[in-house]
Every structure is written in structure tokens, then in C-alpha cells.
Design a protein around this ligand. Structure first.
Ligand code: ATP
Length: 607
């Protein structure tokens, strides 16, 4: 029978792995030592109710080139030190040893190893709370360790608790000196429940732990949020998820975060910082909030720099989402003014929220503000009218705006068309997407006495534009029209124009993609693209055109009106339009200085 053999583990290699792959920075050795010390204090407090300990750090530049972390926690016997400190990768070691069990103590057994990232030797001096001789454990990066029990006067000097001594290698000295120790301890241990003090060179001590403001009273929470967000938050929403022991505050940002910007999500486990941008705690629609929480029931990854995406995290995220929804919902009643501000600042987030949650949509939608032909208007006001009319793209809105009767919504921005569909599906209002060609068709025609002249002009002008595919001319009365001509294109023509522009700017591959889109659109039978040049019969220039006899003059005049309408409507102007404009302007100038021009125009050209 073959005898099973043991894996060979090289400590140096493991430490190297920790430094390169597990931890984001070697500074975290300090977090691990503080965590162990705080855990030991917590474990002692479990056995001695009312006990409150302290963790004291002496940086290497203060402590004769040795950094020490001292706690007055539960301590270790020589046997425990032997079993616990040099065992890697084993969980619940205290259970195995039948030692006082504490949730705080140990998971992977890699924490202490992190000290080897900056030192070749780590010493632990400890006296257990249980009556036993104190001990000294010395571990080395070559994978060896010694344990020795202390006796006599040497032993008498060791109080209950542990001191971990780390002599940093030359290159890593700064990592153990006061400036780094103060910042790193301040960052990681800021909200530990056990006071952590750093001893300074003058013998005084600086406490790096402070109360967690995000768990305090209303004022403390707001002050914390101000610091976290950089400005006073719009609101501080208490978070409490008892199932996972997670408590804290969500802060509503007073500004719209830039797309892709990472908002602060500060998570702590038992007061120790996990990270400042921790994933998984906020639902993805909640990008209007920053968050600061502390938890006792969530699980850190081995590096303690992120949270494990387990059921507890999912439950916590859902509960936080529920709280945020409830807050938004409650605002409608408790503080409609704030809801208005909130909707203005976080319109996009609210739109996503409404789309994700039809129930909340009823609450949120009336407060959303949309751009319309009458400026920014609350959807609630439009809903009150009974019918909401919208243009689906910014281009359609630009064209349809001047022609539409009543308020027209510009639903061309992110989620707004989806909002319009949601309004309809929730039965909140009748929703109509306007079609610009239909709007033109709905305009009043010329009065009966001019009907024939207008129809003839329309026919002649359409013929004049017969080189323009899909463009026909209509003569109508444009309400409040200030221009002789307006140019409109239906949605498919707008898309075709967009593709033409993109094709001109793009490469061959892109052109092929666009051709394929065009083919698909044609196959779908989107209807033949249509555009209209609308001549406003109330405009004197248009009436004069109708009296023009010479077809070639008419052709140029109509061409010129088309170009001016294109310019006025912000439509793209192609090369031939520009040429037409330049020619016509040249002729106008020639005419006005008395040269022949504009098709040899004579008074008898007009009937
Ligand atoms: N200051 C201390 N006081 C008392 N016991 C300690 C102290 N430091 C470490 N220990 C004991 O040694 C064990 C091993 O510590 P180590 O930091 O290597 O890993 P861990 O804390 O068990 O796990 P991890 O840090 O990977 O979650 C701890 O579980 C704890 O029982």
C-alpha cells in the first residue's frame, strides 16, 4: 500500500503570493495585526462582561526599529500559540482545540502571515487570560518557529494580552513608521469599537478610532455624509438590516453623478474598513446614493477588501433597495418639495427605478420633469390633461414642435420614450407619439378662394424638387408661422439621413453595416420615407411665388426656400444645397446692383 504524503508548503512562496495577489498593498499587514488584537479584546469581553480593552501601536521609528501592536485581550498559552499562530488555511481552529469560541477569532489563518510581507521575523509575546505561563513565539519567513514559556521575573513583566513585534526589512522600514502607521491605522481602524492608539515620538498617544457618525444621531449622520459626499447630502436615510447585522446610512447625493463615476460605498465589518467602494451592497438603480454601513453578518473575502457575494449580501442589497424605495415613496407625502428637488437632480435614476418597479412608478412618475415645447413640465401636470403627446427623438421634436398644437414632449432623451410607454401601459394617460407628416396633414389648408392657386403652387413646386427623392411640397397655413417654408422628414427619412452622414464619416466596414440596416428597414416595410416642404400660405413671399410664371425662376426660388428651411430647421445641408444657396445669393446680389440675374427676372414674369 502506498503511504499518503504531505504537501510541501513554502512559507516564503505563500507570503509572496499574499503580497502579489491577495492584498492590494503591503500596508494591510497593519490591518491584520489590529484585527487580531481587536478580536482578542472582543473575545476577552465575551468572557468578562464589561471589559473594555485597548490596542496600542508603537511605530518602528518610535520603538527602536521595531513596530509593536499590543492588546490586553484574551491572550495565548504556549500551546495555543504553537497550534494557532503557525497554522495556515484552517478555519475554526479554536473549535478544534476546544478553546473559548468566538466568532471574532480567525477564519483562514493568513492574517498574521501578512507581517512577513515586511519582515523576516515576527515575535508574539503573550499571556493567556486562563491561568498559564506567558510565552514567546517567534516565527521566521523560512517557515520555522519557536515557542518558549517564560518564567521568573521575565514572566512577571508580561500582562494578560499579546504584543506582536515586527522588525521591518530595510526596504520596508517606512511601512512601519509613524506617518504610514497613522494613516493606515486611521483608515482601516477608524470605527473599530476597541480604541486604537498610536504612540508618538514624544511619548504621547494619538487615538485613531472615532465614533462611526453614520451610526449616530441625525446630526452625526448628516455631518458624516457631508464628509463622505463632499457636500451636504439631500437626505440621510437610516439603513437597518437585522438579518445580517448591517446598519448605517444611505446618503442621497445633492448632484447628478457623472456617468460611470464611482460613488462612495463604505463598508465595515465589526468596525474594520472593508473598502470605500465596495461592490454588491447597493442595487444598480440606486446610483443616486452613497452608503456607509457596518455589518456583523456579511462575509469578507480572504483579502478582507471586498464582500463575498453570498445569500447574505443579496438579502442585504435587497433590503437596502427596499428602504430606498420606501423613502422615495414616503417623500411624496412627507416632503413633496424635496421629492421635486430629488426628481430634478436624479431624474435618470428615478426613471430607471420607475421602469424596474411598476408600483413605485405610480408614485414617481408624476414628479418627473420632461422637456416640452412649453419648457420643462412635470409629468403630473401633463397627465392631468388626459393626453400626453410626444416626439420620439430629438430631431422629430425639433421638427414637430413648431407644428404641434398644445404641449409636445421631447422624449428623445434617455428612458423618456420608455417612460411614455410606461404611462400608457399603467393607464395613467392617453399617450400619442406624434408623426410629423401627420401634423403637416392636419394643418389648415389655404382658404377656399385661394385653394386652386395653392394647389397649383404645390404641384409646380413638387415638380421643381423632383430630383429630391421622397420630398413633396404642401401649401398650408402654419399657425404663428414666421418662415415662408418649413422642412420636415418622417422618422425613417431622419434615420436614413443619419446613416448617410455616418457613412460619409465612417469606414468601409461601417458603411456595410449601415447598408444592412437600411436593407432590413426596407424589408420590414417601414413605408417609403417621406419629407415635406411646407409653404406657409399666410406668408407674402409664398403668395408671390404662386404668381410667378417662369418655371426656371420658380425652380430656383423653391430650391432656395428648401435650403433656408433646412438651415432654419437645423437639418444637415448637403453640398448641392450649399451650391444652390451660393448661386442664388450671387444672383440676388447681381440683381440688386442692376446686373441681369435670377433667370433674367422681369416684371412680366409675375402675373
Ligand atoms: N493578538 C492575538 N491575541 C490572541 N490570539 C491571537 C492574536 N493574534 C492571533 N491570534 C490567534 O491566532 C490565530 C491565527 O491568526 P491569524 O491572523 O494567522 O489568522 P486568523 O485571524 O485566524 O484568520 P484570518 O486573519 O485569515 O481571518 C487567530 O485565529 C487567533 O486565534
Amino acid at each position: 500500500m502506498t503511504t499518503p504524503e504531505r504537501f510541501q508548503v513554502d512559507l516564503g512562496g505563500v507570503v509572496d503570493l499574499l503580497g502579489r495577489s491577495l492584498y492590494s498593498s503591503p500596508r494591510v499587514y497593519l490591518r491584520e495585526l489590529i484585527q487580531n488584537a481587536a478580536d482578542a479584546v472582543g473575545a476577552r469581553a465575551e468572557r468578562e462582561p464589561g471589559f473594555s480593552g485597548t490596542v496600542r501601536i508603537v511605530p518602528a521609528d518610535v520603538g527602536d526599529r521595531v513596530l509593536s501592536v499590543t492588546d490586553d485581550g484574551i491572550g495565548l498559552t504556549a500551546r495555543e500559540a504553537r497550534e494557532l499562530l503557525a497554522t495556515v488555511g484552517r478555519t475554526s481552529k479554536r473549535d478544534l482545540l476546544d478553546l473559548p469560541r468566538s466568532d471574532r477569532l480567525g477564519r483562514f489563518g493568513v492574517g498574521l502571515l501578512s507581517a512577513f510581507m515586511i519582515a523576516d521575523e515576527v515575535e508574539v509575546r503573550s499571556r493567556s487570560l486562563v491561568d498559564a505561563a506567558p510565552c514567546v513565539w517567534v516565527g521566521r519567513s523560512d517557515g520555522t518557529f519557536t515557542v518558549r514559556e517564560l518564567e521568573g521575573p521575565e514572566a512577571d513583566q508580561v500582562p494578560v494580552g499579546s504584543t506582536v513585534l515586527v522588525r521591518p526589512r530595510g526596504d520596508d522600514r517606512t511601512l512601519a513608521e509613524t506617518p504610514v502607521v497613522l494613516t493606515a491605522a486611521g483608515r482601516f481602524a477608524e470605527h473599530l469599537p476597541v480604541p486604537v492608539r498610536v504612540v508618538l515620538s514624544d511619548g504621547s498617544e494619538e487615538q485613531v478610532t472615532v465614533r462611526a457618525g453614520f451610526l449616530g444621531d441625525v446630526e452625526e449622520r448628516l455631518a458624516y455624509g457631508h464628509e463622505l459626499v463632499g457636500q451636504a447630502p439631500l437626505a440621510a436615510i437610516p439603513i437597518d438590516v437585522p438579518e445580517t447585522g448591517t446598519r448605517g446610512t444611505a446618503y442621497v447625493l445633492p448632484f447628478t453623478p457623472a456617468p460611470g463615476a464611482t460613488v462612495a460605498v463604505k463598508a465595515h465589518l465589526g468596525g474594520m474598513l472593508v473598502g470605500t467602494h465596495v461592490d454588491g451592497l447597493l442595487p444598480d438603480w440606486a446610483f443616486f446614493t452613497a452608503l456607509a454601513v457596518d455589518s456583523t453578518g456579511l462575509t469578507p473575502t480572504a483579502a478582507r477588501e471586498a464582500l463575498v457575494d453570498d445569500d447574505a449580501l443579496v438579502l442585504t442589497r435587497e433590503a437596502i433597495g427596499h428602504t430606498l424605495r420606501g423613502w422615495v415613496e414616503g417623500l411624496a407625502v412627507s416632503d413633496p418639495m424635496l421629492l421635486r428637488v430629488f426628481a430634478a437632480v436624479h431624474g435618470l435614476a428615478l426613471r430607471r427605478l420607475a421602469l424596474a418597479d411598476p408600483e413605485l412608478a405610480h408614485v414617481v412618475i408624476p414628479h418627473l420633469v420632461v422637456p416640452t415645447t412649453a419648457g420643462d413640465v412635470r409629468l403630473g401636470d401633463l397627465i392631468a390633461e388626459g393626453t400626453v403627446r410626444y416626439a420620439a427623438t430629438v430631431d422629430e421634436f425639433r421638427q414637430a414642435g413648431p407644428l404641434a398644437r398644445g404641449v409636445l414632449v421631447n422624449a428623445g432623451h434617455t428612458y423618456d420614450e420608455a417612460m411614455m410607454r410606461l404611462l400608457a401601459s399603467l393607464g395613467l394617460a392617453r399617450v400619442e407619439r406624434v408623426d410629423v407628416i401627420e401634423l403637416v396633414d392636419a394643418l389648415r389648408p389655404a382658404p377656399p378662394e385661394d385653394a386652386e392657386a395653392a394647389a397649383t403652387l404645390a404641384r409646380r413646386a413638387t415638380a421643381a424638387l423632383d430630383d429630391r427623392e421622397g420630398v413633396s411640397v404642401d401649401v398650408r397655413l402654419v399657425p404663428e408661422g414666421t418662415l415662408p417654408a418649413i422642412f420636415v422628414q418622417d422618422a425613417s427619412m431622419l434615420r436614413a439621413a443619419d446613416r448617410r452622414r455616418a457613412r460619409d464619416d465612417g469606414d468601409a466596414l461601417w458603411a456595410r453595416v449601415l447598408d444592412a440596416v437600411e436593407d432590413a428597414e426596407r424589408r420590414d416595410g417601414a413605408g417609403s420615407p417621406q419629407a415635406r416642404l411646407v409653404l406657409d400660405w399666410s406668408n407674402p413671399t409664398v403668395k408671390a411665388l404662386a404668381r410667378l410664371q417662369d418655371e426656371s425662376v420658380l425652380t430656383r426660388a423653391v430650391g432656395l426656400l428648401l435650403v433656408t428651411a433646412l438651415l432654419a430647421g437645423h437639418h444637415p445641408v448637403e453640398g448641392r444645397d450649399r451650391a444652390q444657396l451660393t448661386d442664388a445669393l450671387g444672383e440676388l446680389v447681381a440683381l440688386s446692383v442692376g446686373l441681369a440675374g435670377f433667370g433674367e427676372m422681369r416684371p412680366e414674369d409675375f402675373a
